[in-house]
Design a protein around this ligand. Structure first.
Ligand SMILES: CC/C=C\C=C\CC(=O)SCCNC(=O)CCNC(=O)[C@H](O)C(C)(C)COP(=O)(O)OP(=O)(O)OC[C@H]1O[C@@H](n2cnc3c(N)ncnc32)[C@H](O)[C@@H]1OP(=O)(O)O
Length: 188
């Protein structure tokens, strides 16, 4: 699921909740759809932050749902709706942003990362390709050679490398959510 709160007066905070890594289960995807609708229809909300509970952004597809019947909203239109949002959306990345988790962050307008976070598209290690437009959004953001390296090796990058490549906009040693809320206020 995803929890919705309003912080700092005008920022809608969406918190992914699916221990242990806030993977994109059907309930989490539905939670994102519902909380995005709520934030977008609230006139007092001027910008949004998406984070994960317990200092982890999102580990991607929920491996516990592999082999089960697909249910819940599909990821591609969900991420597209975030990208198309008229209110700026900031991803607050702690822990990991992997696979569909990084694709979700790439659909956000800005990404703030904790210095200890790891980011990557490990789909290739599972015999897959990033299928929620990560293979389009990442090269647009960082160029084809760097994106191909990440997509074809599946390697995880540190926050420092992510900043240098241009995947994230800011790295913090402190509270990532606080930094993302401050950023969201500044771009609203
Ligand atoms: C609808 C779907 C839409 C899009 C699909 C996109 C495709 C993808 O997202 S593919 C990528 C899927 N994700 C991964 O491959 C990540 C796999 N996990 C890891 O690499 C690691 O577990 C880790 C997240 C880096 C954490 O490593 P570590 O700190 O060493 O802990 P672990 O012991 O490995 O894991 C702890 C705990 O978390 C569970 N877990 C890890 N990943 C997932 C996941 N994606 N879904 C559900 N659960 C996950 C892992 O099983 C462990 O659980 P325990 O119960 O503690 O054993």
């Amino acid at each position: 699921m995803a929890q919705y709160t309003r912080v700092a007066g005008s920022v809608g905070l969406i918190t992914l909740q699916n221990p242990p890594v806030n993977a994109l289960s059907a309930m989490v995807r539905q939670g994102i759809v519902d909380t995005m609708e709520r934030a977008l229809s609230a006139p007092e909300v001027k910008s949004l932050v998406i984070c994960g509970q317990k200092e982890t952004f999102c580990g991607g597809a929920d491996i516990r749902e592999f082999g089960t019947k697909m249910s819940g909203p599909p990821l591609i239109p969900l991420i597209h709706a975030i990208e198309a949002s008229t209110k700026p959306v900031v991803a607050a990345i702690e822990g990991v942003a992997l696979g569909g988790g990084l694709e979700l962050a790439l659909g956000c307008h800005y990404r703030i990362s904790h210095s200890k976070a790891k980011l990557g598209l490990p789909e290739v290690t599972l015999g897959l390709l990033p299928a929620a437009a990560g293979s389009q959004r990442l090269p647009r953001l960082i160029g084809v050679p760097a994106a191909l390296d990440l997509i074809t090796t599946g390697r995880h990058v540190t926050a420092a490398e992510a900043l240098q490549l241009g995947i994230v906009d800011q790295v913090t040693d402190h509270s990532t959510v606080d930094a993302a809320v401050k950023f969201a206020l500044s771009v609203a």
